[in-house]
Design a binder for this molecule. Structure first.
Ligand code: 2BA
Length: 107
């Protein structure tokens, strides 16, 4: 089995979960997170990925997680980037990590 951590914009989390629920994943958790760059709230979806369902999960995320333009606030110094003016960045759809699971138990 594999596990996926998908970081999505909070605006997209509900529709992503609605699309993921019918896949009947053994585990699906929603975690309130913040991005290290913009330091704004986003949502991490942590889920078990049964073999054969990775493609369906990726399709669900691609269909529901949009790309949006936002701005790095002026004066926010991150990653050696400091500006007197807001800097435009494109966020999303989703940042996805897939990893192998050595052991999965529900106790
Ligand atoms: P944030 O870290 O707040 O980043 C928000 C957006 O800012 C990013 O969107 C990207 O467009 C931009 N950005 C991030 N780091 C940058 C940098 N060093 N220089 C210029 N622009 C930068 P996304 O790439 O869609 O990422 C959305 C969220 O996904 C991130 O929020 C973070 O929470 C997570 N994420 C993205 N890449 C990651 C990674 N390599 N490792 C862990 N988490 C990641």
């Amino acid at each position: 089995m594999q596990a996926m951590l998908a970081i999505v914009q909070s605006e997209d989390a509900e529709s992503a979960i609605d699309r993921l629920k019918p896949l009947q994943l053994p585990s699906l958790s929603r975690i309130a997170t913040s991005g290290g760059f913009l330091r704004q709230g986003n949502t991490a979806l942590w889920m078990a990925v049964p073999s054969g369902k990775l493609g369906l999960i990726m399709d669900a995320l691609k269909d529901t997680c949009q790309r949006r333009t936002t701005y790095v606030p002026a004066q926010l110094e991150v990653a050696q980037l400091a500006s007197a003016f807001p800097v435009e960045v494109e966020v999303g759809g989703a940042t996805v990590f897939v990893c192998d699971v050595e052991r999965f138990e529900e106790i």
